[in-house]
Design a binder for this molecule. Structure first.
Ligand code: AMP
Length: 380
C-alpha cells in the first residue's frame, strides 16, 4: 500500500516523497488511518519503527484544515522524555509540514538551555514538543496554555516513567481538556506503562510492532577477544583498518567516554563524546555533526543514546558491553535499519566472556569470536 492510499493530501505526500519514503512502514499503515479518524492509539514500538512519521503525518493532516489556535494556546502537545527526542520530533514536524499552505508552527522546548528564547518563540506555535519539566516552567510563567489541546502524544512513555517524570506528567495532564485525542508510544509494556494506558486512553487502536528478531538478521555481528590493555589500540586499529567514516561507540561510563575521546583525538582520529555530563549545546552539536558525516566517531553512554535516530548507521562498536542483553540489542539495532546492512562489533575481554555468552543466549544468536593476540598494534 502507498502513502497516497492512507488519506494524506498532496502537500504531505510531496514532503514524504522528498524524504524518499516510498512505502509506509507497518506502524504507519496502522497508525495513520486510526489517528486521522480521531481515535486514541496505543503503539508498542521503538525508535526505528517509523513511529514519528506515523503520528506526525496524520496530526498535520488534521491540523491543516483547522483555523489557527489562539496565541500561546497550542493545539497539539507531544511529550517526550529527552531533549534529543524533542529536537528530533520537532524536526520531523517541520520537514513534513514544509508544503502546507497554512503554515503550522512547531516548537521544541526542553531544559538545559535558557528559557527566554523559548518563551518568545512560543508565540504562534500550534504544535509543541516538550520535555515535562521545562513545559511546567513555561506554563507557570504563562508563556503557554494547554486548555485548548486537542491531541496529546506521549512518546517513549516507558522511558518517561523510568526517568521519574510521572508527577510532572500528571500535573500536565490535569491542565488539558478532558476531551482530546490521546496517542501513546512505548517500547515496552510493563505494569507502570499499563497503568498510564488505562488512565489515559479510551478504546485505543492497539498497534504492536515486534521487529527486533527480524531486524537482527540485517546486522553482521562480530566479537573480538582482546586483552584489556590492548583495547584502546585495537579500537584505533579497527577504525583505521575498516576505514570507518561513521561509527558509534558505546562505553559504560562518562569517564571512559572522555578518556577514549581524548586518546582517539591524540592519535589523529576525530571523535567527540556524548553523555549526561556534557552541556546541551555540546550534545546537540556532536550529534548533528555526526549525523551529517562531519564527525566520524561518536562515543556515547547508554543513557543518552536511546532515541537517537541516525539513519543507516554502518558501524556500532561496543567498547564496553552493556549490562543487560536488551541494551545490547538496542545498541546494535542502530545499524542495519531498513534495507541497509550494518556491522556491530564487540570488544570482549576475558572478564566479559561469561556475560557475553548470556547476551547471546538471550538474543538467540551466536556471534563469531575472533582472536586478536597476533595482530600487530604497533603504531595504532
Ligand atoms: P522513527 O522510528 O520515527 O525514529 O524513524 C526511524 C527512521 O525511519 C527515521 O530515520 C525515519 O526518517 C525513517 N523512516 C520513517 N518512515 C519511513 C518510510 N516510510 N520509509 C523510509 N524511511 C522511513
Amino acid at each position: 500500500m502507498s502513502f497516497s492510499a492512507l488519506g494524506l493530501s498532496a502537500p504531505l505526500l510531496k514532503a514524504v516523497a522528498e524524504l524518499n519514503y516510498t512505502q509506509p512502514y507497518p506502524i504507519q499503515l496502522q497508525a495513520i488511518p486510526a489517528i486521522l479518524q480521531g481515535k486514541d492509539v496505543l503503539g508498542v514500538a521503538r525508535t526505528g519503527s517509523g513511529k514519528t512519521a506515523g503520528f506526525v503525518l496524520p496530526i498535520l493532516e488534521r491540523l491543516k484544515s483547522k483555523p489557527a489556535s489562539r496565541n500561546r494556546h497550542v493545539n497539539t502537545l507531544v511529550l517526550v522524555p529527552t531533549r534529543e527526542l524533542a529536537v528530533q520530533a520537532a524536526e520531523v514536524f517541520k520537514t513534513l509540514s514544509a508544503h502546507l499552505t497554512h503554515r503550522v508552527k512547531t516548537l521544541a522546548v526542553y531544559g538545559g538551555v535558557s528559557v527566554n528564547p523559548q518563551m518568545m518563540a512560543l508565540s504562534g506555535a500550534e504544535i509543541l514538543v516538550a520535555t515535562p519539566g521545562r513545559l511546567l516552567d513555561l506554563i507557570s510563567s504563562k508563556a503557554v496554555h494547554l486548555s485548548e489541546v486537542e491531541t496529546l502524544v506521549l512518546d517513549e512513555a516507558d522511558k518517561m516513567l523510568h526517568l521519574g517524570f510521572e508527577e510532572e506528567m500528571n500535573k500536565i495532564l490535569a491542565l488539558m481538556p478532558a476531551r482530546r485525542q490521546n496517542i501513546l508510544f512505548s517500547a515496552t509494556m510493563g505494569s507502570e506503562v499499563a497503568a498510564v494506558v488505562e488512565k489515559l486512553l479510551h478504546n485505543p487502536v492497539e498497534i504492536r510492532i515486534e521487529e527486533e528478531a527480524e531486524s537482527l538478521e540485517q546486522i553482521k555481528q562480530v566479537a573480538y577477544n582482546v586483552a584489556p590493555e590492548r583495547k584502546g589500540p585495537f579500537l584505533r586499529y579497527l577504525i583505521r583498518q575498516g576505514n570507518m567514516q561513521q561509527v558509534l561507540i558505546f562505553v559504560s561510563s562518562t569517564r571512559t567516554a572522555d578518556n577514549l575521546v581524548d586518546k582517539l583525538n591524540k592519535n589523529g582520529i576525530v571523535a567527540a563524546a556524548m553523555h549526561s555530563k556534557k552541556s546541551q549545546g555540546a550534545r546537540t552539536e556532536a550529534l548533528s555533526k555526526f549525523k551529517s558525516g562531519k564527525l566520524p566517531v561518536l562515543v556515547a553512554t547508554d543513557l543518552v543514546s536511546r532515541g537517537i535516530d541516525i539513519q543507516l548507521l554502518p558501524y556500532v562498536i561496543n567498547y564496553d558491553l552493556p549490562r543487560s542483553p536488551k541494551d545490547y540489542v538496542h545498541r546494535i539495532g542502530r545499524t542495519g535499519r531498513a534495507e541497509a546492512v550494518g556491522e556491530a562489533i564487540s570488544l570482549i575481554c576475558p572478564d566479559d566472556r561469561h556475560h557475553f555468552k548470556i547476551i547471546q543466549k538471550k538474543m538467540g544468536k551466536r556471534v563469531e569470536m575472533l582472536e586478536t593476540d597476533d595482530i600487530d598494534l604497533q603504531g595504532a
